[in-house]
Design a binder for this molecule. Sequence first.
Ligand code: ADP
Ligand code: MG
Ligand code: MG
Length: 911
Amino acid sequence: MDRYVYGFADGGRHMANLLGGKGAGLAEMTRMELPVPPGFTITTEACRAYLEHGREPDRLADEITREWDRFETEVHKRFGADRPLLVAVRSGAEISMPGMMDTVLNVGLGDEAVLRLAEWSGDERFAWDAYSRFVRSFGETVLRLPEQLFQEAETRVCDAFGAGRKNVLDAAQLKVLTSAYQEVVNAETGEGIPGDPRRQLDLAVRAVFDSWNGERARAYRRREDISEDLGTAVNVCLMVFGNLGPDSGTGVAFTRDPATGAPGAYGDYLQRAVGEDIVAGIRNTVPLAELERLDPASYARLRANLRALEAHYRDMCDIEFTVERGTLWMLQTRIGERGAEATFRIASDLVDEGVITPDEALGRGTGERLARLLFPRFAESGTDRPAARGVAASPGAAVGQIVFDSRKAVERREDGRHVVLVRPQTRPEDLPGMLASVGLLTTSGGKTSHAAVVARGLGIPCVCGADQLDLDVEGGVLTLPDGTRLRDGDFVSLDGSTGDVYAGRIPLVPSPVARDFVAPAPESGQSPAQQDAETVHDEAVRDEAVVRAVRRALDWADGHRRLRVRANADTPDEAVQARRLGAEGIGLCRTEHMFLGDRQPIVERLILAETPAERGTALAELLTVQREDFRGILRAMDGLPVVVRLLDPPLHEFLPDLTELSVRHATGDYRGEDRHHLQRVLDAVRRTHEQNPMLGLRGVRLGLTVPGLYANQVRALAEAAAGLKAEGLDPRPEIMVPLVGDVSELRLVKQEAEQVLAEVRLATGTAVDCPVGTMIELPRAALTAGDLAAEAAFFSFGTNDLTQTTWGFSRDDVEGSFFPAYLEHKIFAVSPFQTIDPAVGSLITTALAGGRAARPGLETGVCGEHGGDPESIRFFDRARLDYVSCSPFRVPVARLEAGRAVVEGAVVEGA
Ligand code: ADP
Ligand code: MG
Ligand code: MG
C-alpha cells in the first residue's frame, strides 16, 4: 500500500480492511457531509508493521506530520485559531470489537493548553476536569501505570476537601487533583507526561497499536473467532465536548429498534456528559426521545442524519454522537447489530420501503437466525441479569430443574418434570438423559463438543463451556460466580441463542413464528389475560410483524431454490410436524424406532427363535405393528414421497447391555424372568457382540443374513400403501437399502423386495409403485456408483456414515476425545460432522458423475445431518442434488438457506 495515513475525506466505507470499521464509517460520513469532527486514520497496515517489527514503520512519522498540518489548518479555518487542538486517539479494527481496545481522549493537553482550554470555553472547571481525566487516562492507558495508584490519589484529594466523589470538586480542587495525578506519574516514571502534543500523540498511537494484543482483545477474538493478524487502525479525531453545559451532551442511537426492528430512532442520551460517563453508569441516561424536548434543533438534525445514513447504507445503522453547545457531531457509525427478530423485520420493511430488493432481503436473514425464532424466548423484563455466560451452542430458551446425571433426568422426565441436565461435558451414554431434558448446560467444551452437536441435532437449547460456573457433580452443587449455590431440583434458565445462564425461573414467551407454522395467519389480538390492553396490543403488533417477515423470507426463498427439502421423520407425529414446517416429503424414515420400546420383546423373540415356527410368529407380530406405523406416516405425507430405510443398526442394539446382563446372571438377579431365558438372552448377546459395531453386521448385511427380516419390512410397507390407495389416498413409498458397498448386495435385496411387492399386488389387487434405491454411505459405494445406479432408482447420501468411513472416525468416540485438539490444531476449522468435509464432498461428486452417467435423471438427495447445515447446503446446491433431508425443525432453515444459496450463486456468477 502506498500510504499509512488517510484524512477522513480520503477514505470510504469499502476500506474497512485498511481503515478499520470506525475509520471507514467516519470517512463515509465525512463524504456524505454529515458533521464529523476533522481528523485522520492510521491504517491497520501500519499497525501490523509495528506489531511485526516492534517499531513504527519508517514513513509513518512523516505521514502523520503531513496529515497533522492539514488537520491544524482545517481546524483553524473551521473553528477559529483559539480552539485548542485536542484530539481523541481511537482504536478501530476491521471487525468491531466494542470496548476491547484503548481510546485516549484529550490528547494535546498540558499545563499551557489547559489554560487556553479554559479561556476558549469560558469554563475553568470544565478545563481542569478535562485535564485531570487526561492525566489519569494517559497514565493508566498509555504509560500502563496501576489504576490503584490514581484511585488512592483521588481518595486522598476528595477526603482533604471533604468531598464524597470527584464530581463535586470545583475548578481549584480539580487543579489539585490534577497535580496529585501528575505526582503519581512523576514518581512512577521519573518524568512527567511529555508536554509536546506530538510526542503525546505518538505514544497514544503506539498504546492503541499495543492494545490489539491486550488481554481483553485477545479473549474477545478467541470467543468471536476473529483472526489474530488483522491489527487495528487508529483514528485521530478533533475532540468535541458534551460536558460544556446544559446545551451539551452525548448519546448513542439506532435508526430502528435493534431488538424488534420496529421503525423509528432508538437510543440513549445523557445531558452534560462525555461518553465515558455513560459507560461508567454514574448517571442514568434518558431515552433518545427526551432530546427532542431538551434540544429540538439538535434532535431534528440527528433524525435527519439517521435517515440519511439508513438511506445511504440501505440498512439499519447505529451511531455515537455528541452535542457541543447546541451543535451536533457524529462520532461513529456502522451497520447496527440486531437480534434475530429485528433481522427479518428490518429486511422485510426495507423491501416495503423500496430501499432493497427481495433478493437482498433474503441475503440478510440467515438460517441460524431463523432457527432462533422457532424457539420460545425469555420475556423481556430488563431486570434479570445473567449469572454467567457460556457458548451459545444450540438456540432457544429453556427453564427447568437442575439434574446432574442422565439417569435422574430420565426419571424426572417420567414424573412429568422439566429438567435441565448440567454436566462438565456429555458423552454418548448421556443421550437418554439429554433427550429427557428441556435444556443442556455444560461447564467445558465449545460449539463442536458432544453436547453442542447433539443438542443442535435434537433441537434442544444448549449452553456449553460455561467455565465461570463451578460444578461439583459428586457433591451435587453448582456454584455461580456470585457464590450462589444451586442444587439438584433448583431452577435454572438458559438461553442457547446468547449463552446466558440465569438462576431461577425466567418467564418464557412462546414463539409466534413457530405458532404460525402450526396455525397459519392468526388473527391479531389473542387475549392473554392479566396484561393491560396497551402491552397486549404492542405485542400482537410485534408478533404479527415478525411472523409476516419470516413468511415473506420463506416465500422468497421457496421462489428461488432448486433443492427440495424433505424431513427425517420416523413417526406419524414427526411427519405431521415436518409437513407443517414445509417438508416436501420424507427423505429418511428410520425403521429401527419401530423395533424399540414395547416392540423390543418381539425383536428379542425373533433373535432368540430356534425354530422356523417361532421365527414366523415373531415376524407376524412385527408385520402388524410396522404396517400401522407406515400407514400413519404415509397418510400424513399423502401425495409426497416417503423414503423408508430398511433396518440399519446391529441386532445387539435391540438386546440388553452385555455387562449388565452378565452381572445379573452372576448375582442371580433374574427380575422375575426364568433363569433359562436369561441364559438364552445372554448367549445371544455374546453371539452378536461386536468389537466394532459401526463396521460390523448392520445395514444390508443384516438383510442378507437374517432370513425374512427385510422381506417383512417391505411387506408391511407395501400392505400399508395398498390399504391407503384402496381408501383413495396417494401414498408414495420408496425403499432405501442402507450401507451398500457392492451392487450385488443391492441386487439381492431388490429381487427379494420386488417379489414381495408382486405378492402384495396379487393379494390386495392394488398396484403400488415403490422404487428401490440405495444409500451411498461407504467410499466403496461412491467409487462404484455407476454399477449401483444400474440397479438403484435413487441415491441418498448418508453423509454421517460417509464422513465416518472416509475419515475412519467413530463419531461417538472421537467427538468427545480428540476433536477439541484437532480443532485447536486447525486440522479442521469446523467438525466434519457439522459441515461437509471437502474429501467427502469429492466422493459425493464422484458418485454423482458415475451414477448420472449410468442412469440419466437419477434422483439424488442427502439424508445426513449436513442436510440442515447452511454451508453444506451450498455445496449440495452446487452439486445439483435434488433434495436435502433434515430434522423437521430444521426444514424452514434448509428452505431459507437453499434459496439464499441460489441468490448468492447468481451474484457470484454475475460478478
Ligand atoms: P469504542 O470503540 O470503545 O466505542 P471510541 O473510539 O468510540 O471507542 O471512543 C469511546 C468514547 O470516547 C466514545 O463513545 C465517545 O464518547 C468518546 N469520543 C471518541 N471520540 C471523541 C471525540 N472526537 N470527541 C469527544 N469524545 C469522543
Ligand atoms: Mg465507540
Ligand atoms: Mg448410515
